[in-house]
Ligand binder design. Structure first.
Ligand code: C5P
Length: 219
């Protein structure tokens, strides 16, 4: 209870996309805006938590009262998250690129007449949520997101287990929903206890409710 129920608690939140370099001027990225992750960091801070927000490249302002670490690549994001452990709460909201270019070119890749496009060899990025969910210093509450375009609930359930999370917040990012990059979100909470669909809400309201869920889980 009280106005600051998370006072004395620490939280790590990831947010935004990652940029995986192809060469010094090009990268692989995705449509994440960081709005949901930043809103969650702000909501946890409002409840009194000491929050470290590890953010990929976004155009958003830093949330008030939050320590922000800015990164570009998934491997940098992982290092920043591990460096912020131990923590009571981890909420991994970033849309981490699944793959990166295995060996980014040191120089800008030039068009070679007659040679066609360069092949891009990809390699898997580390899974930050999975690393944290199975870490020796695993936070008491670990929350992941699952952006899906099909079979949202089943995919979320598989992720809950595989990644060692207490909660997966699944959302349908089919382009028609406008969720990815937008300001509203329609999420389904998936725990071992079952699934709960929340109504269509602003990302700030989703963040507020989620901070409440986390608080209950901790106390
Ligand atoms: O496997 P998928 O990318 O759908 O899982 C989504 C969840 O896992 C999100 O919480 C996301 O932040 C996290 N994740 C991560 N590191 C990755 C891939 C996903 O932390 N490399």
């Amino acid at each position: 209870g009280g106005a600051k129920p998370l006072a004395g608690r620490t939280a790590i939140v990831t947010s935004g996309p990652t940029h995986e370099p192809i060469d010094p001027v090009r990268y692989i990225a995705n449509r994440s805006s960081g709005r949901q992750g930043h809103a969650i960091a702000a909501a946890l801070a409002r409840l009194g938590a000491q929050v470290t927000l590890v953010s990929g490249p976004v155009t958003l302002a830093d949330p008030p009262g939050v320590t922000v670490i800015k990164v570009e690549r998934a491997d940098e994001m992982l290092q920043a998250v591990l460096g912020a452990l131990p923590a009571d709460i981890a909420v991994m909201v970033a849309a981490v690129a699944d793959w990166r270019v295995a060996t980014p070119n040191a120089e800008k890749i030039k068009k070679q007449p007659g040679e066609g496009p360069p092949p891009l060899m990809l390699t898997e990025n580390p899974d930050i949520l999975k690393t944290v969910g199975h870490h020796a210093r695993r936070p008491k509450v670990v929350v992941g997101f699952a952006a899906e375009t099909q079979d949202v609930e089943n995919n979320g359930r598989v992720k809950l287990q595989k990644k060692g999370a207490d909660l997966i917040v699944a959302n349908d990012v089919t382009p028609e929903t406008g969720i990815m990059g937008g300001t509203r979100n329609s999420v389904k909470l998936i725990t071992t206890a079952g699934a709960e669909q929340w109504p269509d809400l602003s990302k700030d309201d989703v963040a507020g409710r989620l901070a409440g869920w986390i608080t209950e889980r901790l106390t």
